[in-house]
Ligand binder design. Structure first.
Ligand code: MG
Length: 452
């Protein structure tokens, strides 16, 4: 099976089954030819990364780029380093939240953001066309080492939170880095913030003891350790630390949707007010929090680049997505699970409260996420049908379709990378969310077999 998926939003695949050093090298040379100069290269801890790292170097050098090996490095650390140096771009080799057999490349612009969709398309066009112009013997690039990205990220985070206030609380914290890239930064950050740190899965060896996606069902061990140690809070990352999910002091894993809601509440209440940006299918909880402070919420298509780009355009004070990815622009327009830790501890310290009491205050909804096969499904016919059945103010086609239903909503979106439909149903309670999801599934069933 060839698992390779190439789209403007990224390139990923299963190691050895489509994702090979040849593909990686070719993509790196395409990227380098579009951004001649210094390119920073970082990676998570996956066992395939040594192999792919040399393929990336090889591709970059062949087009005359200067590759800088920054070592094991979370994606947000590399994004910040690219922004704050004269680098022309960056490449992170990371399968992010995907299972251990997967890997992928993330491409970064010189301002620290991911490639814009049109730039991603240009890169893929060049890769598919082939014949990338290579440097002659006297123009070949070189590799050098610089391990300062993580230290720079740490120092920068300590400048945007109230360190003394946090240190005074002497929090007891469990950190679960899934043996990924966060292992080299989050425990150190917590120590600098005066915490008593209990390290869980913080060995950067790429052997993941749990699925890397930080969602409540994968955080059983973290919950247990938080309870055993009577810790104040537990934090879990994915493999490249752009996401963060919380476990309360009672050992309850909080939905990944709450990370953004909690950080947003802290920023709007204690720091600064202004617009907030999130994607179309992030929980209503975030919207309610934003409205509580009389601020504006702007929704975008799904994908962090859409959120970051809009945040930059409108001067947002906070933003992110419902997968545990928070973007705090005072630091960088990057999803950053590490600065999220500092912001959440700052919230606990500033208000002298527990995480569960902060959480209780949030408007609670019930959300179900589901993925179904979309083979033979015709999205356009479904769209025509819902336009006939609903008032236009109850429909939103910004990305896929969001349908407002009594006491909730459903969102249906064909995946850009796999033949699947992603469904989300959120409502006031589990019964309504389930009923609405069932309704959507029945509707979809009618349009199966009518597609191309
Ligand atoms: Mg990630």
């Amino acid at each position: 099976m060839n698992s390779l998926m190439i789209s403007p939003s990224g390139v990923r695949g299963i190691v050895g089954k489509g994702l090979t050093p040849e593909v990686i090298s070719e993509l790196a040379s395409a990227f380098g030819s579009l951004r001649p100069g210094k390119i920073l290269v970082g990676y998570d801890t996956r066992t395939s990364n040594q192999m792919f790292k040399y393929a990336v170097f090889s591709g970059l050098l062949s087009v005359g780029c200067h590759a800088i090996d920054v070592g094991i490095c979370p994606t947000p650390s590399l994004q910040l380093m690219v922004k704050d140096t004269d680098a022309k771009g960056g490449i992170v080799i990371t399968g992010s939240h995907n299972p251990v057999e997967w890997n992928a490349l993330k491409f970064i612009r010189d301002d620290g953001l991911f490639l814009y969709p049109e730039e991603g398309e240009e890169l893929i066009r060049l890769y598919k066309r082939g014949n990338i112009p290579r440097a002659g013997w006297n123009k070949i690039g070189k590799v050098s080492f610089d391990d300062q990205a993580v230290a720079h990220h740490l120092q920068s985070i300590l400048r945007v939170v109230n360190v003394n206030e946090i240190r005074n609380k002497k929090f007891k914290v469990v950190i679960d880095a899934c043996n990924g890239a966060a292992s080299v930064i989050s425990p150190v950050l917590l120590e600098k913030l005066g915490c008593q740190v209990i390290r869980l899965n913080c060995k950067p060896d790429g052997i993941f003891p749990r699925p890397p996606e930080p969602v409540p069902e994968n955080l059983e061990e973290l919950s247990k350790v938080v309870k055993e140690h009577q810790a104040d809070i537990g934090f879990a990352h994915d493999a490249d630390a752009d996401r963060l999910v919380l476990v309360s002091e009672q050992g309850e894993p909080l939905s990944e949707e709450y990370t953004l809601a909690i950080v947003t509440r802290f920023v709007l209440k204690e720091k600064t007010k202004g617009p907030v940006v999130t994607n179309i299918c992030t929980s209503q909880t975030v919207e309610d929090v934003v409205k509580e402070f009389g601020c504006q919420i702007i929704r975008t298509k799904v994908g962090d680049i859409h959120v970051s780009r809009k945040m930059k355009d409108c001067g947002a004070v906070i933003g992110g997505e419902g997968n545990g990815g928070v973007i705090f622009p005072s630091l960088n327009y990057a999803r950053d699970g590490i600065v999220s830790i500092a912001l959440i501890l700052n919230y606990l310290a500033a208000e002298n409260r527990t995480i569960s009491s902060i959480c209780e205050e949030l408007p609670r909804y019930y959300m179900i996420k589901k993925k179904i096969e979309s083979q033979g499904f015709n999205f356009e016919l479904l769209k025509e049908e819902v336009i006939k059945r609903f008032e236009s103010e109850d429909l939103d086609f910004l990305d896929g379709m969001k349908i407002k239903l009594p006491k909730g909503w459903v969102h249906i979106r064909p995946s850009g990378t796999e033949p699947v439909l992603r469904l989300i149903s959120e409502a006031e309670n589990s019964e309504i969310a389930g009923k609405n999801l069932k309704w959507a599934l029945e509707l979809i069933e009618r349009f199966k077999g009518e597609g191309k």
